[in-house]
Design a protein around this ligand. Structure first.
Ligand SMILES: [Zn+2]
Length: 390
């Protein structure tokens, strides 16, 4: 067998939506808990399960197996599936965060091992030695903060509020030193920090500027957290359904609200700078941040139309390749280079390879082994396809 229907675990993080996954995909929520993420992959923390006579975890099936991962994938990415694919449904903002690049992850992981910090310790930053670039594809309007705004947007946003505690630091920002400004902001403590946040919120309440309104909104979820000022520093973007953006290593970001597909390299390395009850490590965060700016209009990935009804969203990393397939427009077989996961976004499709076929309806997914070679898609609606680039 080369195509397997997946049963995917749900993560009930507190920022998750109670109803988005039920409304979009009919996934029952009897307990009424938030349903934050649906994981599709072979991550040992919460692997997908394969439905055969026995239930088998996907990592148990594929890790180290050339038949499933493919020779090229084993050589390039190691013993496990190189990506993790998710449905993410946020009802409230997630932590403000950055992810390390490969070298930083290698160094950080080795260093924390040397210090003897347990892998599952609350204060562990590096849980593995891999980078964690991410790509999100909006299923509903999806709001997020991603990357530093252009300088000529950033400093006027602070200046218009006349925040006295930031007067000196603002002069550094005007000269282009985002790093010095951000380090100063994140180092404020006690009364100094409280005074700044209080003054900022006073301005935010009266302001009709969207960035300042976002400050106000964040403060409702995380009152008094210095991270509520992030919308002044970062681009605030709303993806429309069908748009995608990339989040590279070292980019400060936070998801705010909405449902999306997310694909990332197989890693759990997150450095947080607030808006969370999880571990925050500002010095380590500052080591990984790239202090360059990006215009809002440059954030979305350009979709590239391929044959067979496929539209690719190409990012700068090889660990994953994300594309969307319009099933009606598939005319020939789709070629498999490495292990794949297909997720049905809408409609209904039958995925066929030789004798084996799996029927997909919205919210369901299947794993396709590298050895499958090629497969057919019959049906209508939209499939999301995740694989790696060899
Ligand atoms: Zn992230």
């Amino acid at each position: 067998m080369t195509i397997f229907r997946l049963v995917n675990p749900v993560q009930h993080y507190d920022w998750g939506s109670q109803k988005a996954m039920s409304e979009l995909f009919g996934i029952a929520n009897e307990s009424g808990q938030p349903m934050a993420e649906l994981w599709m992959g072979a991550h040992p923390k919460a692997p997908s399960m394969i439905m055969t006579d026995d239930q088998v975890a996907l990592n148990a099936l594929v890790d180290g197996q050339e038949e499933h991962l493919g020779k090229g994938s084993l050589e390039k990415f190691g013993q496990t599936l190189p990506f993790l694919f998710k449905v993410l449904a946020a009802a409230k903002p997630l932590s403000i965060q950055s992810h390390p690049n490969k070298q930083q992850a290698l160094d950080g992981f080795a260093h924390e091992n040397q210090l003897g910090v347990a892998l599952d310790a609350f204060n562990r930053n590096y849980r593995d030695d891999n980078h964690k670039p991410e790509l999100v594809y909006a299923l509903t309007p999806f709001r997020a903060m991603n990357g530093f705004r252009p300088l000529d947007e950033m400093w006027p946003l602070f200046e218009m509020a006349g925040l006295r505690p930031l007067e000196e630091a603002l002069s550094w920002l005007k000269k282009g030193d985002i790093k010095a400004f951000y380090e100063h902001l994140m180092s404020l403590e006690g009364e100094e920090k409280d005074q700044l946040v209080t003054a900022a919120l006073k301005f935010a309440e009266a302001s009709d500027h969207p960035a300042w309104q976002e400050v106000n909104r964040l403060n409702q979820f995380y009152p008094g957290d210095i991270g509520v000022l992030s919308p002044l520093l970062l681009n605030v973007i709303e993806l429309i359904p069908g748009e995608a953006m990339f989040l590279k290593a070292g980019t400060l970001h936070a998801y705010l609200e909405g449902t999306a597909l997310e694909i990332m390299a197989c890693s759990d390395n997150v450095l947080r700078g607030g808006l969370t009850s999880k571990h925050v490590d500002v010095p380590e965060l500052l080591k990984t941040i790239e202090f360059d700016t990006i215009a809002l209009s440059d954030l979305c990935l350009k979709p590239e139309a391929e044959e067979n009804g496929e539209t690719r969203f190409v990012s700068p990393v090889d660990d994953f390749l994300f594309s969307v397939i319009a099933a009606e427009n598939v005319s020939g077989a789709l070629k498999v280079n490495a292990a794949e996961i297909l997720f049905c976004v809408e409609g209904q499709q039958v995925i066929k390879a030789g004798e084996k076929s799996v029927e997909l309806t919205p919210g369901s997914a299947c794993f396709i082994s590298a050895a499958t070679g090629s497969y057919q898609v019959v049906g209508k609606g939209r499939l999301a396809r995740a694989t790696a680039i060899l």
